[in-house]
Design a protein around this ligand. Structure first.
Ligand code: SF4
Length: 186
């Protein structure tokens, strides 16, 4: 049976082993019962996907829901810290503003339209092939073979992982695209 605590604070200081009232003696019964929001959550380690620093994250999941993201103190890179972007990555999963459909604004259009993914992919493929065909350079002004396409460039985002960047670079090289850059280098 749990020992009943004296109500009078001074008595608690004298009997709880907390004479300076810096710990348990300063707590009310209500605060003693409080538990942290993440107390019963499952913790998974992850890496912030936003930039090339790759800070370590702790993801707290409770009732199948992501409830908190914090810096991982065990990460040798970030040692428990996250910048404001990294601390807000929960919104990438749960924000009500998250987009699930392809948005398209046609030339001179004033509104965003929703496209199916298949239609958007077909449009991208058609434009890549057309631009490549129209801007292809086989030789330079001295007649030297160059076989390149200056009409298409790529600026990758920091959320791309190594494998995605690898596949993209292979594709661009196969297409003769030489202007390839990534935001993570900025
Ligand atoms: S966006 Fe911020 S938290 Fe995320 S990896 Fe970069 S510096 Fe770290």
């Amino acid at each position: 049976m749990e020992h009943e605590r004296p109500v009078w604070p001074v008595m608690r200081q004298l009997t709880d082993g907390d004479p300076l009232a810096l710990g348990s003696a300063a707590q009310s019964e209500t605060t003693r019962k409080w538990r942290g929001r993440i107390a019963d959550a499952k913790v998974t380690k992850s890496v912030c996907p936003f930039c090339a620093v790759g800070c370590g994250q702790l993801l707290y999941v409770k009732d199948e829901q992501l409830i908190q993201i914090e810096g991982d103190p065990d990460s040798p890179i970030s040692r428990g810290h996250l910048c404001p972007k990294g601390a807000a990555t929960r919104t990438m999963v749960q924000s009500p503003m998250r987009e699930y459909k392809v948005k398209y604004r046609r030339p001179y259009g004033t509104k965003w339209e929703e496209l199916s993914l298949d239609q958007a992919m077909d449009m991208i493929a058609e434009r890549v092939l057309k631009t490549r065909r129209e801007t292809w350079e086989s030789k330079d002004e001295e007649g030297i073979d160059i076989n390149r396409c200056y009409g298409i460039a790529s600026l990758g985002g920091a959320t791309l992982d190594n494998e995605e960047n690898y596949v993209m670079k292979k594709l661009y090289t196969a297409l003769g695209i030489v202007q390839v850059e990534n935001q993570a280098r900025i």
